[in-house]
Design a protein around this ligand. Structure first.
Ligand code: PLP
Length: 441
């Protein structure tokens, strides 16, 4: 009998024993194609010898040194590499152990920045409905997904939520994509004005919404307008690229596609590619300089921030993405995957939308394609699809609550950057098998 507390107590998972390339193998010898990298983590696939060697070498040399006393060679090298590629004036890197730690640190840094520059009255964070920023209490409070928040609501800090940029469901008939994006962005300005512009700390958003919407990029012009609004009112822009960053969309940083740069940027998942738990928060020289010239101390920290072994893995992963030119493959195979999904499911009566960028693709499942009406939550489409796909040997990431935190279903695909055309066929084929089992014909 297991003593490991599983995610799904009523259906405990099989034991994963080994992984090679795009596949994971369980204790019974069954192979699964890792079509979502777990949750957009395993961007290099499994068992990559270079990353394994980098981790082994670091453990032998220096596994850990507490950042209260030391920095380390891998942390310095990884920070230099990230900053050499980072957009805008991002100039400093604060390493953490995962996505929720990155978004928590971002919100605290944003608050401390305003305090140190003499605006302690700034106390509000604004985020978006249907977003996910992590599961710790601060990150959960920022997230706008009703289902994830519901039972913890009494414990959550007061954070405000404005519209997501979710064209498929929220663009009005006759409205252009551009106009829709401007209308969605306007909700931010309205909220800032309602709260009082000098009370707002930051606005936080995912450039491509992952877990809660299923690979939804913003329409053109939306993030440019968001950046303008933030600048007008001295509100910091925090971009959460925990899921969509580190090459997943075909850009090392997802916001490159929008032509905007944030004040604070969060990454995780693909940074360590699953070889080590690592995340990071990048901030501008202006934010860092304000604190350096003030208290000289960011009042934050965890035991494992800047963990040398995790940083060595991150360094090897980012170098692999760049040196092997994997971003080109993300674009090529991403286009191939998009085309294959459209060909196979473009006319499917229950697939309402196929979307995403690079190797970050989502399919929204609807009961009625014409009206875009979602299935009733009780139909349990997403959990059934996850099970059917897993049985068919495909790991993918279906989720319920797409529309409003309750109704709606989507499936997210985020395969490793190393896939070839044969894997595109495998993903679409296995997904078709699973969908056929779950959806009414
Ligand atoms: N932010 C985004 C956009 C995410 O997708 C996630 C995880 O899915 C997180 C934050 C939280 O990351 P973690 O699960 O590593 O704490």
């Amino acid at each position: 009998m297991s003593h490991v507390f599983p995610r799904q107590i009523k259906s405990p998972p099989p034991v994963a024993v080994t992984g090679q390339g795009c596949y994971l193998v369980d204790a019974a010898g069954k192979r699964y194609f890792d079509g979502s990298g777990g949750a957009a983590v395993s961007c290099l696939g499994h068992g990559d010898p270079e990353i394994v060697a980098a981790v082994q070498a670091q453990v032998e040399k220096l596994a850990f040194a507490h950042t209260g006393f030391f920095t380390s060679e891998p942390a310095e090298a990884l920070a230099d590499l990230l900053i050499s590629k980072a957009p805008g004036s991002l100039d400093w890197v604060y390493f953490v152990s995962g996505g929720s730690e990155a978004t928590e640190a971002a919100m605290k840094l944003a608050r401390q920045y305003h305090v140190e520059r003499g605006e302690p009255q700034r106390r509000h964070i604004i985020a978006r409905r249907q977003s996910y920023h992590g599961n710790t209490l601060g990150a959960l409070a920022a997230g706008g997904n009703q289902w994830r928040r519901a039972q913890f609501e009494p414990m959550l800090a007061d954070m405000r939520h404005v519209a997501a940029c979710y064209e498929y469901a929220e663009k009005r008939p006759g409205e252009s994509s551009y106009d829709y994006g401007q209308r969605a962005a306007q909700e931010l300005e309205d909220e800032i004005l309602a709260l009082g512009p000098d009370t707002v700390i930051a606005f936080m958003a995912e450039p491509v919404v992952g877990a809660t919407l299923g690979a939804v990029p913003a329409v053109e012009g939306y993030f440019k307008r968001i950046r303008e609004i933030c600048d007008t009112y001295g509100v910091l822009l925090i971009l959460d690229e925990v899921m969509c960053g580190m090459g997943r969309t075909g850009h090392l940083f997802a916001c490159e596609a929008e032509g905007v740069a944030p004040d604070i940027l969060c990454i995780a998942k693909g940074l360590g590619a699953g070889y080590q738990p690592i995340g990071a928060m990048l901030c501008t020289g202006e934010i860092y300089g304000t604190i350096a010239g003030g208290s000289g101390f960011f009042q934050h920290g965890h035991t494992y921030i800047g963990h040398p072994t995790a940083c060595a893995a991150g360094l090897a992963v980012v170098n692999a993405i760049l040196d092997r030119d994997l971003l080109s493959n993300v674009k090529t195979q991403g286009d191939a995957l998009a085309a294959a999904l459209s060909e196979r499911f473009g006319q499917h009566p229950h697939i309402g939308d196929i979307r995403g960028r690079g190797l970050f693709r989502g399919l929204e499942i609807v009961e009625d394609r014409e009206t875009k009406r979602p299935f009733d939550r009780k139909a349990g489409i997403a959990p059934k699809l996850k099970k059917a796909a897993f049985e068919a040997g495909l790991i993918c990431y279906p989720m319920q609550g797409t529309r409003d935190g309750q109704s709606g279903d989507h499936v997210l695909l985020a395969p490793p950057f190393i896939i070839g055309p044969e894997h595109v066929d495998e993903i679409t084929g296995k997904l078709a098998t699973a969908l056929a089992q779950v959806l009414p014909s």
